[in-house]
Design a protein around this ligand. Structure first.
Ligand code: ACO
Length: 402
């Protein structure tokens, strides 16, 4: 490899850090993670306390505004969010352009990006008031958009939001309710899904959040930025892992087959990985996985579901955590390991899992985007590269090339 920069007399220094394993690209006051200790704080509050005691809307307010809301602030925020839950009627036509078997994430990328074509009064990124409206619109409309993607896939009519319900209750009704029939919300299901939303709300500079910030750094409007985040989240190494984890657990099928899959995960020549295991930052138990492991048992017990997948998951966790390979590489269950089991028990098809992640993560994305837009020192994100291609050479006309 030649160092072409030297040829041009360039002696400036830069850091070569593939995958940004140790490079901070921004300052942030939103989320703190200590991967070695398994700590996750939002604005200083431990995730376990938020998951146990607060609601998703409270956490959304906290991420956006820096403090937990008092009662008045909470009620005002709830009012603002519920005011924006409907989507433009013409968006229903947009959905009809997709194939019925389209992946919900494909629909979400398109529909969320298209919001900028409908809400021109919240795309001026230099106007703080318009930025705030965009934040509220995105948080409010994501459940409607995700529920419509589901309804479209099963061929049922879209349901308008019911703003008398909680954020999560309304989403459950729009997804599983049918017109002219009352939909009874199971409080254990509502609580578990709300917890899942809280646990997925933000996770500092992960791939999709960095994508949102990078897109936003060029001055793109917030709807376009969130659409970029959704695209990045879709991958199986990121948000797509919950779908992949449940599929893997189903493929394993029963605890006796675990050694075979663990052996495959350890085999360097086999691309197979234990989905829902390992994390770029957590080199200890992901605190979110702990909360969800407990919630999974509660939901399945309440719904009277005896799913062998949960036994398989528990046994896989036990085997992996006592295996030298996983101990040495510090691979622990991550947030995706148990979430799929809960979502499946509630009735969501696996194809919806990542869409639900996108719904929840929108609050983190938009809070991070807002923080960046408020930073007067903010620059366009522009990573450098280590060039390893040809040195300079002369052009050869087409006729003379062999
Ligand atoms: N199963 C088996 N081996 C694994 C796993 C796994 N799930 N994860 C990592 N490893 C091994 C790698 O093969 C590698 O081994 P090596 O050092 O011998 O080459 C080593 O552990 C380090 O792995 P990297 O891929 O380099 O670690 P990185 O930090 O880049 O990746 C990631 C983290 C992508 C999450 C990885 O652990 C993975 O692919 N896990 C499965 C997918 C998953 O669950 N993703 C969800 C992440 S959480 C989220 O996005 C919400």
């Amino acid at each position: 490899v030649i160092d072409i920069r030297k040829l041009y007399g360039n002696t400036g220094r830069f850091t070569f850090d593939p995958g940004f394993t140790s490079t901070a690209a921004c300052e942030s006051k939103i989320t703190y993670i200590d991967g070695d200790q398994g700590v996750l704080l939002h604005r200083g509050y431990p995730i376990e306390q938020l998951a146990e005691q607060s609601s998703f809307l409270e956490v959304a307010y906290l991420l956006l505004n820096g403090e937990l809301p008092n009662q008045k602030e909470h009620d005002e925020f709830r009012y603002l969010i519920t005011r924006h839950t409907m989507v433009h009627e013409q968006l229903a036509t947009f959905y009809r352009g997709f194939r019925r078997d389209a992946h919900p994430m494909a629909i979400m990328c398109g529909v969320v990006g298209a919001l900028s074509a409908f809400y021109h009064d919240s795309t001026d990124i230099h106007d703080p008031q318009q930025r705030t409206i965009a934040c509220h619109r995105l948080i409010a409309k994501m459940p409607t958009i995700a529920a419509m993607a589901y309804k479209y896939s099963v061929g049922q009519p879209f349901l308008y939001p019911d703003n008398s319900l909680s954020y999560t209750g309304n989403f459950l009704r729009m997804t599983f309710g049918v017109p002219a029939e009352p939909y009874v919300i199971n409080p254990v299901v509502e609580d578990a899904l709300d917890k899942i939303f809280i646990l997925h709300a933000d996770h500092e500079q992960n791939a999709s959040t960095s994508t949102v910030r990078l897109a936003g750094s060029s001055g793109a409007n917030p709807f376009a930025c969130i659409a970029a985040g959704i695209a990045c989240l879709w991958g199986p190494a990121h948000g797509g892992a919950n779908e992949a984890a449940l599929e893997m657990l189903r493929e394993i099928g029963r605890p006796e087959r675990i050694p075979e899959f663990v052996a495959r995960a350890k085999n360097k020549d086999d691309p197979f990985r234990l989905m829902g295991f390992g994390h770029r930052v957590y080199k200890n138990y992901d605190p979110r996985a702990k909360v969800l492991g407990e919630a999974a048992t509660k939901v399945l017990d309440t719904l009277g579901i005896s799913d062998p997948v949960l036994d398989t998951a528990r046994e896989l966790e036990r085997v992996a955590l006592s295996d030298d390979y996983f101990i040495e590489k510090k691979l622990y269950p991550n947030v995706d390991f148990y979430s799929g089991i809960i979502l499946s028990a509630i009735g969501f098809p696996t194809s919806m899992f990542t869409a639900l992640f996108a719904l929840a993560r929108t609050t983190g994305w938009i809070a991070q985007w807002t923080e960046m837009m408020e930073d007067k020192e903010q620059k366009i994100g522009r990573p450098r590269q280590l060039y390893t291609g040809h040195g300079p050479r002369d052009y050869v006309p087409l006729a003379q090339r062999g």
